[in-house]
Design a protein around this ligand. Structure first.
Ligand code: NAD
Length: 484
């Protein structure tokens, strides 16, 4: 082994150096693989590689789980769960609950934060346990990539035959004047608040902006959303966005689209709309205009690593422009989603192990956690028309579903789209309770190239909300749903 061993916490059963590779070949490197970054891309890659017999080190400077577990998906969903509990209490009289004063119900944000942190800590601990249990060597500290085989971390040099870069992303800021008297938060800081602002302007009507706008409005904050494009949630099917926008407006959220933010003043956000300058006043501002790749410890120019718009360029096998160096997750800028990062990690590892694996970005599900939830996979109706010309669309409203009626949540719809020639399903869009869990059925169906007829011929359990998918497939295949 070359280089000195760093201060590492070796996992149970770890072989340490690559000399102990499953294949038994001698190697001049310390490890088969070094993974830089321990988010859902990096830690999944490390576990998978260890399961396939590779000796693996993972370098992480903060906590395992990355943005998703620590300051993203999981804590956001924990806050939303508290908002949902509050809503249930407030609406409990509708279900015959007596003795509860719904008007007095409110969130104790200190407790909410404690619960959120408890959930996060348990999951982060779980990731640590999984890495150790699989024999991955943990290196705590910032990794600096020296060359295609070498990383400096925790004051030592470690080497590997292959590197997997998984350093994640950071929130973007707009290049506009900002008065220092106004507190401008990103999602990271907003997740730490232990008191709720009376009012908030959210810049950006994407996933982060709308999930937080929904959370804040649910718990009593006055919210204004300012979005540059002509609609919020531009990645969601237009028909569904319209319904979601109406729901948010009905909650009291003010939404300005086609609005160009020009300045953040001491009392709010100024923007241009229809040639006029407007100002939305608020106590605090949330900046949610997207995230950009994080390249801490990776000097792409010095390494000769090709980038495009700040992201490390990869092909569908996750290989970068340097032999033996792979980049997965947000840092490659392809689709900034935890589940994409994890799959990219598996693809990278399989390729390192000599298999031939590629990423398919056409079947990536999205999940947006309002209530009702939004989930989709594949093309929107507009995109499908542009791509295929002739398409078929099947729809089913939630109000015609028994389980939704029982739950008291009948808002929303499901919409399925196929291309007309072969009947291949090319898009599925859900706006309903349990949407984020139910979208997995559509992902598998699309992966297996199932037709609407085949899904309509698959028995769905009753009474469940999943029947809406079945019904929409009937609507697509036969032109008519059974129960609508
Ligand atoms: P995003 O790209 O989803 O949305 C950013 C929004 O800001 C866009 O609608 C964009 O048009 C708008 N915008 C850009 N510049 C603007 C300007 N000057 N003024 C007003 N609006 C402007 O980014 P995000 O919401 O910040 O999320 C970052 C990443 O994290 C995304 O890739 C997202 O998919 C991911 N994420 C996913 C989930 C989830 O899947 N549930 C949750 C949170 C974050």
């Amino acid at each position: 082994a070359s280089g000195s061993q760093p201060d590492t916490e070796a996992g149970a059963g770890t072989s340490g150096a690559a000399g102990g590779t499953a294949g038994g070949e001698e190697s001049s490197f310390d490890y088969d693989i070094i993974v830089v970054g321990g988010g859902p891309g990096g830690y999944v890659a490390a576990i998978k590689a260890a399961q396939l017999g590779k000796s693996v080190a993972i370098v992480e400077k903060e906590r395992f789980g990355g943005t998703c577990l620590n300051v993203g998906c999981i804590p956001t969903k924990a806050l939303l769960r508290s908002a949902e509990a509050l809503k249930e209490v407030r609406e409990s009289a509708d279900f015959g609950v007596v003795g509860v004063d719904g008007l007095q119900a409110r969130l104790d944000m200190t407790f909410v934060q404690k619960r959120k942190q408890g959930v996060v800590n348990q999951l982060v601990g779980g990731v640590n346990g999984l890495l150790r249990g699989n024999g991955v060597t943990i290196v705590s500290g910032e990794g600096v990539v020296k060359d295609a085989h070498t990383v400096e971390a925790a004051g030592k040099i470690i080497t590997a035959a292959s590197l997997i870069l998984a350093t994640g992303s950071v929130a973007k800021h707009l290049p506009i004047p900002v008065d220092p008297a106004m507190e401008v938060l990103t999602s990271t800081e907003l997740l730490q608040l232990d008191s709720l602002p009376e009012s908030m302007v959210v810049i950006g009507g994407g996933v982060i902006g709308i999930e937080f706008a929904y959370f804040l409005a649910s718990v009593g904050t006055r919210v204004t959303v300012v979005e540059f494009l002509d609609r919020i949630l531009p990645m969601v099917d237009e028909e569904i966005t319209q319904q979601v926008e109406k729901q948010l407006r009905d909650m009291g959220i003010e939404i300005h689209t086609s609005a160009k933010v020009t300045e953040i003043t001491a009392c709010g956000v100024c923007f241009e709309k229809n040639g006029k300058t407007c100002c939305a006043e608020a106590d605090k501002v949330l900046m949610a205009v997207g995230r950009g790749p994080r390249l801490d410890g990776i000097d792409c120019e010095a390494l000769g690593l090709k980038t495009e718009r700040g992201a490390i360029v990869t092909d569908e096998t996750m290989r970068t422009s340097i032999d033996g160096v792979y980049a997965i997750g947000d840092v490659n800028g392809k689709a900034m989603l935890a589940h994409v990062a994890s799959m990219e990690g598996i693809v990278a590892v399989e390729n390192i192990c000599g298999h031939s694996s590629v990423m398919d970005y056409s079947q990536v599900p999205s999940a947006i956690y309002l209530q009702p939830e939004i989930a989709c996979v594949g093309l929107t109706e507009k995109q499908a028309k542009e791509k295929y010309g002739e398409i078929k669309v099947g729809r089913f409203p939630l109000m015609a579903n028994g389980k939704a009626k029982v739950a008291g949540e009948e808002r929303g719809m499901v919409k399925v789209i196929s291309e007309a020639k072969y009947g291949e399903i090319v898009g599925v869009h859900l706006y309903c309770i349990h949407a984020t869990d139910m979208i997995a059925e559509a992902v598998v169906a699309m992966k297996l190239e199932a037709t609407a007829e085949e899904i309509a011929a698959s028995i769905h359990p009753h009474p469940t909300v999943s029947e809406v998918m079945h019904e929409a497939m009937h609507a697509l295949a036969d032109g008519r749903a059974i129960h609508f």
